[in-house]
Structures are given as C-alpha cells and as structure tokens.
Design a protein around this ligand. Structure first.
Ligand SMILES: [Zn+2]
Length: 281
C-alpha cells in the first residue's frame, strides 16, 4: 500500500522522466476511474508534461501551466511508466497516457475493487479539489508542531493515519514511526506530553526521510508493482524487536494489523486482540 515515501519516490522518478514529454492520446479504461469530464481527457492531446509532485498520498502531474492530473492510488493503485504500450486486455489499467515517444504513463490497480481515481483539472482548481483541500499539513519534510495538531481524544495509531489531521502516513509507516518514538499506539493524542510530541515529530521526519533516501538508491524505473518497503515492525509480529529483541506483538482489526513492541512502547502491557475477543464473546 503506497504511503508518503512510496508516492514521493514515484513522483520524483516519473516526474523527472516525463518532464518535457508530449502526450499523444489518453484513455481511461477503468469503470469510473476518471472522475471529471470538463476539461475532457482529449484536452491533454499534444500537450507537454512539466512535472509530477506529491501532496499527501496523491500525485499532481502538471501539464504545461494550465492543466493537471490529480491521481489517488487508494489502497491498490500504482502509477507506472513503461517503454511500451499496455495490452488493452490488461484488466488492471485505469488510465493510459500515451506519450509521442512511445512510452506510456499508466495508472494500474490490483485486486477486485476499483477505487483508484483520476481527475483532470485546470491548474488553478487543484488546491480547491475536495480531497486535496481537506488534507492536513504534509507529514514530511516539515510537519508543524504536533502537540496542538494531535490534541484529540483518539489513539495515535488512528490519529496519525487520518489524512485530514496529517497527510501521508498510512498503516505501515504509522507502526514504524510509533516504534521509533517509543510511544504506545493506544496513547490518546490529547494525552501526549510536550517531550513526547517533539519525539514523535522527530520520528516522523526521520523515518519518512530515511526511507525516501533508501528508495533513492533502491528504486529505479520502471517502478515495480510492489515496492519493497524496508519495514521492521509492521507485519513483523512474532519476530524480534529491532531495538530490544523482545517479541513484536500485533492487534488484528477487521482489515488490517497493527504491530508494536510491548517492551519499547507499552510498559510491557499486551493489548487486547480485538479479533480474538470478538470471537470469545
Ligand atoms: Zn522493543
């Protein structure tokens, strides 16, 4: 599941590769992947890409100075650039932008759900696009002080992933960040001490920045379907904690798993497994 670092490296690599490239034609084969109709997709024909940037977990691909494609991968989408054109039988295709040098920018989505989306907007309308306008400040590179931002009676594992609060962090990196900060995922934002808020902010900047730097060396075009994420806590339940060597524990929710180290983060306390406790009711 792409989060801020994966979207950032994709935006950097694809942005550098398509800048100056001209669009020949575009096609949106997915059902409802294209969420706008004015301007039409054909407005891209003959126009030149000027760059790709990231906002939260979204891409904004600029076309000259008046148009932009806003792309949201949701949980299973991928933005990729290929040297050749897709087979029209590729069921994962949601948007195909054919460049006049033969390459193709492709939004693909894996799995059965079609949730990834694209909007073609006038550049002046990007910031007021509803998803972008509702985003909190970016988690990286320079998030605001967290004490006030996270002052809500909600557990940190949920608060930090709330894109309206802070943009860019998802299920994988939240576990890593809280582990780095040595703070319980169940601690409420409003209970954060000033020094914890500062430690958490540092952990966010350090972890996200560190993994982007790692990707700068590890990832090249074409972006693989599955970016190998250097995780050490998330989905590492049962394995030793990279800091203290004790066992990483997990709490299973309906559609995801949260991992933490009891020794490093919860004073040794084991958190209830919601899945198990529901079964025992
Ligand atoms: Zn530990």
């Amino acid at each position: 599941m792409p989060e801020l670092p994966e979207v950032e490296i994709t935006a950097r690599l694809i942005g550098a590769a398509v800048a100056g490239a001209r669009v020949e034609s575009s096609l949106a084969p997915g059902v409802n992947a294209l969420k706008t109709y004015d301007p039409p997709l054909s407005a891209l024909d003959g126009r030149t890409f000027t760059g790709v940037r990231r906002r939260g977990k979204l891409f904004v691909a600029s076309v000259e100075d008046d148009l932009a494609l806003v792309i949201h991968l949701m949980s299973a989408g991928r933005l990729q650039l290929f040297d050749t054109r897709a087979s029209l039988r590729d069921k994962a295709s949601r948007l195909l932008v054919r460049l006049d040098d033969g390459r193709e920018l492709r939004l693909r989505e894996f799995g059965t759900k079609q949730r990834a989306w694209v909007k073609l907007l006038r550049a002046k309308d990007v910031e007021s696009e509803e998803t972008i306008a509702a985003l909190g400040p970016d988690a990286w590179p320079d998030p605001p002080p967290l004490e006030e931002l996270l002052d809500a009676p909600r557990p940190l594992y949920a608060l930090l992933r709330d894109q309206h609060v802070l943009a860019g962090i998802g299920r994988s990196w939240v576990d890593e960040i809280l582990h780095t900060a040595m703070i319980s995922p169940f601690k409420r934002g409003s209970d954060l001490e000033p020094d914890e808020a500062e430690r958490l902010r540092e952990a966010i900047v350090e972890r996200l920045g560190g993994v982007i730097e790692h990707y700068e060396h590890a990832i090249t075009l074409p972006i693989p379907d599955k970016v190998p994420m250097p995780l050490t806590v998330h989905r590492h339940n049962g394995k030793p904690c990279p800091r203290c060597g004790d066992q990483i524990e997990a709490v299973f929710y309906e559609d995801y798993v949260m991992c933490y180290c009891p020794t490093c983060q919860t004073d040794g306390k084991l958190m209830k497994d919601r899945r198990l406790s529901r079964l025992l009711k």
